[in-house]
Design a protein around this ligand. Structure first.
Ligand code: DHB
Length: 393
């Protein structure tokens, strides 16, 4: 089997890449380890930056997103029960975020890829990425009990943090940087109308809480929990009680409803300083993980893909490898920025130190400054909605 770009992984990065390359007249095939059902049902974050929405829209892949996604024009930040709003419009020249579940994005992109005749092997395990230091790399994989080989010009490893792509990069071709946080998130989905039109990120002495939504009828909420916590420790009542306390502000009430999904997410910052080797390129979680506070994960993956498409298009249309050669360097500028912002949001809103301690006072000082300074609020707003691509040129 032969194609121009062999893609490992049918998450948002791999699927966006395949659809976008097709638009540029470049062929690709996707190999995905999981089943279609698993890939499309796994509950993940749901915050799309303006860039991501614009890209999906320009690719003609945003029909359902435009109908079912909800554009937000500001965000609420709460600290010890005091809530303020950071408006996006006036601080970011009209850029916004849209709430639309990541698995819905994956569904839309899979449907579009397959409807256009694209090849995607589900439940196919990539076992080896070979010859990526030559101009004829290949992906070896197992499918329906048989060994198969996909020959290609380039390999894009969009196969997540535990994937084969990064493991294949030679040791010594990159440095890695990582931080693990001493807390996790318990996330829920509940059949109840959201209690707020816009998201609420809250610091409380009992821990962080976040109120988000998925639709007019479904709420998505998170509470900070222990790293060794289990879902079994969290009855529905305990979850709602904690959320009510942590998100509380005078005159506002949290709506409760039946919870139909509970899961725990660990918090990690991770990245490597080189995302390519020969004709192997990493994109998305294969190369970097951010803690979820601020919802940057999917957006970073889509931004990586933009740079990869630029490089591949220049190669196939003009025969130049210049943009491909600088892929890592270009992508890393945004990744560093997002790492800093995600770490900032995580540090600002999580309970880490004792009330009244130095660390706590710094958190409080930051919150007070957002309240008082339009410049500081602008910094938060522009990072939150995502900086335009021109900002990194
Ligand atoms: C959501 C998740 C996030 O991590 C975030 O910062 C905002 C929203 C969500 O799942 O809706």
């Amino acid at each position: 089997m032969k194609t121009q770009v062999g893609i490992v992984g049918a998450g948002p990065a791999g699927l966006t890449l395949a659809n976008w390359l097709r638009k540029q007249g470049i062929s690709s095939v996707i190999i995905e380890h999981r089943s279609r059902e698993y890939s499309e049902s796994r509950v993940r974050a749901g915050l799309l930056e303006q860039n991501t929405v614009d890209i999906l829209n320009n690719l003609g892949l945003a029909d359902r997103l435009k109908k079912e996604g909800k554009e937000h024009h500001g965000v609420h930040l709460s600290f010890d029960g005091e809530r303020i709003r950071v408006p996006f419009g006036e601080l970011t020249n009209g850029r916004n975020i849209t709430i639309y579940g990541q698995q819905e994005v994956a569904k839309d992109l899979t449907d579009a890829w397959l409807a256009g005749g694209g090849q995607l092997f589900f439940e196919a395990t990539a076992t080896k990425i070979a010859d990526f230091d030559t101009d004829h790399p290949s992906i070896h994989f197992e499918y329906e009990g048989e060994a198969a080989v996909l020959e290609c010009d380039f390999v894009a490893a969009c196969d997540g943090f535990h994937g084969l792509g990064r493991k294949t990069m030679p040791k010594g071709s990159y440095n890695e940087f990582t931080v693990t946080y001493p807390f996790s998130w318990l996330g829920i989905l509940a059949n109840v109308a959201p209690s707020s039109d816009e998201l609420i990120y809250a610091y409380h002495e009992r821990g962080f809480a976040l109120s988000s939504s998925r639709s007019e009828k479904v709420s998505r909420l998170y509470v900070q929990c222990e790293n060794d916590d289990t879902v079994a420790n969290w009855s529905d009542e305990r979850i709602w009680d904690e959320l009510s306390i942590r998100l509380a502000t005078p005159g506002w009430e949290l709506k409760r409803g039946p919870i139909f999904e509970k899961s725990i997410t660990p918090m990690r910052s991770y990245f490597i300083d080189n995302m390519q080797c020969g004709r192997l390129f990493l994109a998305g979680d294969a190369a970097h993980i951010v803690p979820p506070t601020g919802g940057k994960g999917l957006n970073l993956a889509v931004a990586d893909v933009k740079h990869l498409v630029d490089g591949l298009t220049e190669f196939y249309k003009k025969g130049s490898t210049a943009a491909l050669d600088s892929y890592s360097e270009t992508a890393l500028k945004r990744i560093w920025r997002a790492q800093d912002f995600s770490n900032f949001m995580t540090t600002l809103f999580h309970k880490q130190d004792e009330h009244g301690s130095f660390g706590y006072q710094l958190q409080k000082a930051k919150f007070d400054y957002i309240k008082r300074s339009k410049s500081y609020a602008t910094t938060i707003a522009e990072n939150y909605v995502g900086l335009p691509f021109e900002a990194f040129e």
